[in-house]
Every structure is written in structure tokens, then in C-alpha cells.
Design a protein around this ligand. Structure first.
Ligand code: SF4
Ligand code: SF4
Length: 251
């Protein structure tokens, strides 16, 4: 893994197909009207603000970083439980696992804990997929002019479309279209809530309309802050990128 300066993705950037939900009523692709759970959102924003004060007060340590990350996930998942039934997303629907999913160092550390506790056979399977995706990412980056920096927002934007066209699944997506690291999946996988037809998530279709609230923006900022403080690295990069050249215990 690498270290470096903090760089945050800006999810209000016009180049991203994202809809920030502010209106109290909105509609999904099934034509169902949904109400914005404003009370829940305010509660969760309050919890995130309180958590941020703890993050600020704690001395840096990797264990604390992973502990705070799990707490952020717990808060975000509560919003998912409330709004999930109105979303287009369902079990086994996995086009969103075949795009470039960006994540931070602290999230990669939690994934790494999961990898290390898995069977040697499963580790070898993941390692082969990680290696394949990283070779592809490297080719994509070097094919850009100038070469794309896969730890920068602009570098991700420069390469994500071609990555999606290649239809490369996340290394942790199983043959059954289920996430093999579901409990430890990154923030973006937890908040990938879509209102439009799931077919819009397929490569070359869409773009899907994503459900975004201030909880997402705040949790994303806080994950970056935790990663920066506890691991000295607040950047975002594609999931496989964090596992390049990382020796596994079975080797
Ligand atoms: S984001 Fe799209 S592909 Fe992923 S679960 Fe939701 S509807 Fe399905
Ligand atoms: S970590 Fe899991 S949910 Fe996230 S992209 Fe990979 S397979 Fe999909």
C-alpha cells in the first residue's frame, strides 16, 4: 500500500451521474413515491458529528482507524435499512460490482483483515483476480496522456469509463453474483443506492440515478479523515490498486 496526501472525491462534481436528494418526495423506477427520511437523516448526521469529535480526540493508531471505520459503516447501514426497500437494488444485482469502485486505505485495511482470515484457496482466487485487474488498470493508466494517476480524482475519471466497458468484476464478486466480503465491503458499496431501472447500471447503459444525501457526503468525508489520520493516507483508489504487490500469507 502507498501513503500520501489527502485527496477527496467530490460527489457534487457535475461530471458524476449523481442526484443529491433534497426534495421531501421523490420517485423510484417502479413509479413509487418515496419520502425523504429527514428525521433519520438528521439523527445520523448528529451521530456522525459526534463520532468526528472522537476521531479528532483519539491518538492515531491503525486499530483505532479500523474501529472508527466500522462505526461509520454501522451508522450508514442504518440509513440503508430505512431507504433500501424503495431502491432498485436487490440481492444478486451486481452491475455496480463491475465498475471502478474507489476506496480508501483504511477501508482496504479492513478488507485485508478479511482476506487474511480467509482460506488459502480463497486467498489465491482473490490474488489472481487482483493481479489481473491491476495489470488492466496499469495499462489503462499508461494509455492516458499524460499517464493517469490512479490515486487522484482526475485519474479515476480518466480511466473509469474504459474500465467499465471492459466489464471486469470486482475481485471479491463471487460466481453467484454475491459479494464475498459483504460485512467488510467499502463505503461506496454500502451507499450505492439507485432509483432507476437496474438495467441502467449495466455497462453502456444509463447512467443510473443514485440516491445521495448529506449522510453519504459526511460519511465519505469522515472515512477520508480517519484514513488520513490513522494511516497517513486520505486518497481514494480502485479496490484492487490497494492490494498490488502485497504479499499474502499463503505464499
Ligand atoms: S446499484 Fe444498480 S446494479 Fe447495483 S444493486 Fe443497485 S440497481 Fe443493482
Ligand atoms: S466489495 Fe463487494 S459489493 Fe463492493 S464492488 Fe466488490 S463485490 Fe461488489
Amino acid at each position: 500500500m502507498t501513503t500520501g496526501d489527502s485527496e477527496r472525491m467530490d460527489f457534487t462534481d457535475d461530471r458524476l451521474p449523481t442526484l443529491n436528494i433534497g426534495h421531501p418526495v421523490f420517485m423510484n423506477y417502479r413509479g413509487e413515491e418515496l419520502s425523504l427520511p429527514t428525521g433519520t437523516i438528521e439523527d445520523l448526521l448528529g451521530e456522525l458529528a459526534a463520532l468526528e469529535k472522537e476521531v479528532d480526540a483519539f491518538l492515531p493508531s491503525p486499530d483505532s482507524g479500523v474501529m472508527f471505520l466500522k462505526e461509520i459503516y454501522r451508522i450508514v447501514d442504518r440509513l440503508g435499512q430505512v431507504i433500501g426497500p424503495g431502491m432498485a437494488c436487490s440481492t444478486g444485482c451486481s452491475a455496480c460490482c463491475r465498475v471502478m469502485v474507489a476506496t480508501t486505505r483504511v477501508e482496504a485495511e479492513l478488507l485485508d483483515e478479511r482476506i487474511r482470515s480467509s482460506s488459502p484457496q480463497r486467498q489465491r482466487e482473490w490474488e489472481a483476480k487482483v493481479s489481473d485487474r491491476n495489470a488492466f488498470l496499469s495499462d489503462l493508466a499508461s494509455g492516458c496522456s499524460p499517464e493517469a494517476d490512479l490515486t487522484s480524482f482526475d485519474g479515476l475519471l480518466a480511466t473509469c469509463e474504459k474500465y467499465e466497458q471492459a466489464n471486469k468484476a470486482c475481485p471479491f464478486l463471487g460466481e453467484d453474483h454475491l459479494c464475498q466480503v459483504y460485512e467488510e465491503r467499502p463505503l461506496l458499496c454500502r451507499v450505492c443506492w439507485v432509483l432507476t431501472d437496474p438495467r441502467d447500471c449495466e455497462p453502456g447503459e444509463g447512467p443510473p440515478v443514485k440516491f445521495r444525501t448529506a449522510v453519504f457526503q459526511k460519511s465519505h468525508e469522515l472515512v477520508g479523515k480517519v484514513s488520513q489520520k490513522h494511516f497517513g493516507d486520505g486518497r481514494v483508489s480502485p479496490i484492487p490498486f490497494w492490494f498490488r504487490e502485497k504479499p499474502r500469507e499463503h505464499c
